[in-house]
Ligand binder design. Structure first.
Ligand code: SF4
Length: 432
């Protein structure tokens, strides 16, 4: 049988290609080469796209400050999808990022009507305990939206730049939507931008690892961050085709523009409302001067957040995972033997009978058991490639795979749940 062996191809990129074309998300392939030890989600193309991740590789490779941030709505069981995001945060923390994890209790309260007590209980006992058990270090920041004054204040400021039609286009708000729901949407933008406040070291690249469905929110936040900045830097060209930068502001005091024109080395020209810069050869150092002056004059300065986009696992029975169908997902807090049983009943890409399987080979790209291996249960690339090849060649049978996946799921959950018990005694190290 002639076949191309590509164990990563089980995930069909075509479904995501419109994100590249329509919304300007960049393929992640080019970025992987810039990273010394990429996470397996990166090398296996589970993370398939990004916005401005080059800022993050530049920071990682040159020991510059950067941050990673993501949030979790405390509304149900923690499952393998949440584990993916947590692993991405922890990986960036290990690469030197200042790491932030927000528990979106304001959102759960406003959108799901959950009590504050329940939000707190689920936030800690489902999400935070697992986050710590997975390896989140205490030098990172874990917070609840409702208890962070910085996030609440910034959300208020951002709300002055967000308008109803923009929000309703993204979130489908109607005349019936309550205002708290709208505020919780802006609070998510504050979550994303607040690691750049002066209290946390000021403007710096920040990466937000998300699923592809979250991109509208990233776009909104990048737009709001841009609107908050005191100055806008625009690239221009004069009549002779010479390129220059124009730094513009509607709101900055005259002294701020004057200060800017004096501090930027080389030839500048000060006008009412803008400074033109004719000899900046390094955009980054120019941006740094602009940000310093913005902060000194009491303004905000945000670097547009970078983002990575990962694919989703399908439900164990095929189709989408759904919190209302417990058979479709594995929770990190469920009984390990019960979880193993679910895996044994999962939908595979196997053929109708053994004879067909041997003749045609299986279809790992349609197999939720293979997805379990790819995303979570097999760390060794060679082992994964072997499973893929044997499946396609028809020398591997689904019963064998299911038994292996069930055994590893049970083992992982047992170990994780033991680590959770240790994590429960360490909450005070995280200020909780
Ligand atoms: Fe999936 Fe394994 Fe069956 Fe192939 S042999 S379809 S990987 S369960």
């Amino acid at each position: 049988m002639n076949m191309k062996i590509d164990p990563w191809s089980a995930l069909n990129i075509d479904d995501y290609s419109k994100l590249f074309d329509e919304f300007g998300i960049q393929p992640f392939d080019d970025m992987v080469r810039e990273i010394e030890n990429p996470h397996k989600f990166m090398s296996r193309k589970i993370i398939f796209g990004h916005r401005n991740y080059n800022r993050i590789t530049d920071a990682m490779n040159n020991n510059k400050p950067f941050s990673v941030m993501s949030g979790f709505m405390p509304s149900g069981k923690i499952h393998l999808g949440h584990k993916m995001v947590m692993e991405e945060i922890i990986w960036h923390q290990q690469q030197g990022a200042d790491a932030f994890v927000g528990i979106a209790d304001r959102e759960a309260h406003a959108v799901r009507g959950m009590s504050w007590e329940r939000c707190n209980d689920i936030g800690i006992n489902e999400y935070i305990v697992s986050l710590i058990a997975l390896g989140f270090e205490p030098n990172g920041h874990i917070y609840f939206q409702s208890k962070s004054e910085q996030v609440k204040d910034l959300a208020f400021e951002l709300s002055s730049k967000a308008n109803y039609s923009e929000l309703s286009a993204i979130y489908g708000f109607t005349g019936e939507t309550n205002v708290a729901h709208m505020l919780s949407a802006v609070t998510q933008s504050a979550d994303i931008l607040h690691p750049q406040l002066e209290e946390y070291g000021g403007p710096k690249p920040a990466v937000i690892p998300v699923g592809s469905d979250q991109d509208p929110h990233i776009r909104l936040t990048r737009g709001l961050g841009h609107k908050m900045n005191m100055f806008k830097i625009e690239g221009r060209e004069d009549k002779e085709g010479n390129r220059y930068f124009s730094i513009r502001s509607k709101a900055a005091p005259e002294e701020a523009l004057k200060e800017l024109s004096q501090r930027i080395p080389g030839k500048t020209k000060l006008f009412e409302g803008h400074v033109d810069v004719f000899s900046a050869d390094n955009f980054e150092s120019l941006m740094k001067i602009v940000q310093d002056v913005e902060l000194e004059f009491g303004g905000y300065a945000f670097v547009p957040p970078s983002s990575t986009y990962h694919r989703f696992m399908s439900g164990l029975q095929g189709g989408k995972m759904s919190s209302s169908i417990p058979e479709s997902y594995i929770s990190l807090t469920e009984e390990p033997k019960g979880a193993a049983k679910k895996v044994k009943k999962a939908k595979t890409g196997g053929r109708i009978n053994l004879e067909e399987q041997k003749k045609l080979g299986g279809e790992p790209e349609k197999c939720s058991v293979y997805e379990m291996f790819l995303f979570h249960l097999v760390d060794d690339d060679e082992e994964l490639a072997q499973i893929y090849t044997e499946c396609c060649e028809g020398t591997r049978m689904c019963g064998h795979c299911k038994a292996l996946a069930a055994e590893r799921t049970e083992k992982f959950l047992k170990e994780h749940q033991e680590l959770r018990e240790v994590a429960k005694d360490r909450l005070d190290e995280y200020g909780l």
